[in-house]
Ligand binder design. Structure first.
Ligand code: GTP
Ligand code: MG
Length: 345
């Protein structure tokens, strides 16, 4: 929704300096953040690599809908951007600020959460109805038709597609549509400093729980201020403001949980690096994230858990203690595994 603090939150999380309050700018802001990971830092202290590489997340901050019909948050430009994302973050206004008008004239975070959910569902429903019409015309009453009917019914009952049970085959058929209500969605309550220290002042816990959505609270304006300070001053400033833990880390954690992601690590003298994969990924597919040659020529993955490695202090000691395993293609990689792939090309 317009003026909820999207660009402010975007700046806070990415360290970018996109113009805040720039109503009517049409292009999306784009920035990449490095995923904070203490394991990468600790391993780098040990290996002293030439290069230290964190996992990355790309953020898009979409422009608001400045069309006359202001109760719609999304216009066609915004929809096009959103379709190509892995997940959505709904920045919901919870801050008070008399100089910033709310598109619906009053601040009501619970209403806004529901409104966007309904809007996403409606966008999908329109596409599905058109598709069904088309299939009817062509008399193609096939598997796709059947799934479209199920989706339609589900949406008409007021539920998002992300809560529809689908098998792998159905998911495949729906994939190219990139339905918005099927994407994971995180509600980010954007609070002003008047809310620091209060528990859930806008009542977002209950509504997000009822809708099955992830939810975090965030102090956009304050966090942006902190991000724009020199690194060494940030911690003490956070403490002074009562901002608590590192909110970028909390945000990334929530995003990883929501998407079912985790990291494995590679560590050596040239580079220490974190790689992002889905939970449940096999070793051979994890290899493919690094390079298709390593996947194709996969022989074994030398594997040690991060904690075991740290306890041992070095690879040699970890081997002596029997903490290093040789895993095959089917091994399910665990969060924090340090992997060294043996391969043949
Ligand atoms: N008091 C207060 N003001 C805020 C907060 N977050 C954003 N604002 C103000 O709200 C206005 C809009 O902020 P933006 O970050 O541009 O919001 P946006 O959602 O990107 O706005 P559009 O892109 O125009 O839809 C600016 O004047 C911000 O200073 C906050 O946490 N507290
Ligand atoms: Mg903006």
């Amino acid at each position: 929704m317009a003026r909820s603090g999207k660009t402010t939150v975007f700046n806070a999380l990415t360290g970018a300096h996109a113009a805040v309050g720039a109503y009517g700018s049409r292009d999306a802001n784009v920035a990449v953040i490095k995923v904070p990971d203490a394991r990468v830092d600790r391993l780098s202290e040990i290996h002293k690599p030439k290069k230290k590489t964190y996992a990355e997340i790309e953020f898009l901050d979409i422009a608001p809908n400045e069309a006359a019909d202001q109760d719609k948050a999304l216009d066609s430009a915004a929809l096009t951007v959103l379709k190509n994302t892995d997940a959505l973050v709904h920045v919901v206004r919870a801050f008070k600020n008399d100089t910033v008008t709310h598109p619906m004239d009053s601040v009501n975070s619970v209403r806004d959460v529901r409104a966007l959910e309904e809007e996403l569902q409606l966008v999908d429903l329109i596409i599905i109805e058109r598709r069904i019409e088309r299939l009817d015309k062509e008399r193609r009453h096939d598997k796709e038709y059947e799934i479209m009917q199920r989706c339609k019914e589900h949406l008409e009952n007021g539920a998002p597609l992300r809560s529809l049970a689908l098998d792998a085959h159905d998911t495949g058929i729906l994939r190219s549509y990139t339905f918005l209500s099927q994407k994971p969605l995180m509600v980010l309550g954007n609070y002003g400093d008047e809310c620091i220290g209060n528990a859930d002042p806008a009542g977002l816990d209950a509504v997000t729980q009822a809708l099955g959505l992830f939810h975090i609270d965030f102090c956009g304006a304050m966090e942006m201020e902190v991000t724009q300070l020199p690194e060494e001053d940030r911690a003490s400033f956070r403490e002074e403001l009562g901002l608590g833990g590192e909110s970028k880390t909390l945000f990334v954690q929530a995003a990883y949980d929501m998407l079912g992601l985790m990291s494995f690590l590679t560590a050596g003298e040239p580079e220490v690096r974190a790689w992002t994969i889905r939970k449940g990924t096999k070793a051979v597919d994890a290899a493919g994230v690094i390079h298709s040659d390593i996947q194709r020529g996969f022989i074994r993955a030398e594997t040690v858990a991060y904690d075991d490695f740290m306890e041992s202090g070095s690879m040699v000691k970890a081997k002596e203690k029997g903490k290093v395993r040789l895993e095959g293609k089917e091994y399910i990689v665990q969060d924090g595994d340090i992997l060294l792939f043996r391969f043949n090309v």
